[in-house]
Design a protein around this ligand. Structure first.
Ligand SMILES: Nc1nc2c(c(=O)[nH]1)N[C@H]1C(S)=C(S)[C@@H](COP(=O)(O)O)O[C@H]1N2
Ligand SMILES: [Mo]
Length: 254
């Protein structure tokens, strides 16, 4: 039987206490923790979830009949600017996903070629920190498969997802990052379909991250570049994601 990860199992298993102990024993921590960027609650969440996830359990997958009739878009609904508009008007012809950074073979893959790779379907619940959740079916390519194709180098530790939407007048774009453990989780995919249809613009067309063990904002939309890095310090304001740069947690295990 596949172990199922639920919030309740986290709360009742007593692993939170264990997690705290493991923290003291484990020298291997994300950059943020070492820099004191991760607060203690986040640290507990990270350590407790890692203990639970050690056996690679899957986040609960639901049935077709549970798919939400209405899945509200949040954050950017239409990226501004000519760059995105041009690709949108041609159905993303000429658009490529790039995989670069600490990889042996940088990749540049069209949507068409992404669709030719093995596809994973998953029906999951998305939870936004603003207090709503909704269920959808996501289909796409496992991030781990892309990283394997690119061949990550020995010093690689994090995977950064660069997005096409500018968040403010200074032109800062949305970005997110996860560590390699999460990147190679079987349910971490780059989805090009939602509920069996091409990903709608308001939900991140042409490609979005689904990192199912994480809260809403980690699920970056409009992804066009994946960068494999050793440290997160030099990206954005250095805390690992657009929202982490603004005081939100980097690690948001559900
Ligand atoms: N590029 C980008 N990704 C993003 C956001 C955004 O504004 N821009 N919003 C985040 C937030 S807060 C949530 S809850 C989800 C919402 O996904 P949805 O629009 O498909 O509901 O996307 C996340 N990913
Ligand atoms: Mo969110």
């Amino acid at each position: 039987m596949t172990p199922i990860l639920t919030r309740r199992s986290l709360l009742t298993s007593g692993l939170i206490g264990l997690g705290a102990t493991a923290t003291l024993l484990r020298p291997e921590l994300p950059d943020g923790a070492r820099l004191g960027l991760i607060d203690s609650g986040e640290w507990l969440s990270f350590e407790a979830q890692r203990l639970i996830l050690a056996g690679r359990p899957l986040v609960r997958e639901l049935g077709e009949e549970q798919i939400s009739e209405h899945f509200p878009p949040n954050g950017t609904r239409m990226p501004k600017g000519d760059f995105y508009a041009r690709y949108l008007s041609t159905g993303f012809r000429g658009w490529n996903l790039r995989v670069e950074g600490l990889v042996a073979r940088p990749l540049s893959i069209s949507l068409e070629n992404l669709r030719r790779l093995p596809c994973r379907h998953q029906i999951t619940q998305h939870s936004c920190d603003e207090g709503w959740s909704a269920i959808a079916k996501w289909s796409g390519v496992q991030v781990g498969r892309l990283l394997q194709a690119a061949g990550i180098l020995a010093n690689a530790r994090y995977v950064v997802f660069h997005c096409m939407d500018q968040m403010n007048r200074t032109g800062e774009k949305y970005y997110e990052s996860i560590d390699l453990f999460d990147a190679f989780h079987p349910q971490t995919i780059l989805a090009y379909q939602m509920n069996g249809r091409p990903l709608p613009v308001e939900h991140g067309a042409p490609l979005r991250l689904r990192a199912e063990m994480h809260i809403g904002y980690k699920n970056a939309k409009y992804v066009d570049r994946i960068e494999v890095v050793e440290r997160l310090n030099y990206i954005g304001k250095g805390r690992g994601s657009y929202w982490a740069d603004r005081g939100f947690q980097w690690y948001t295990g559900l």
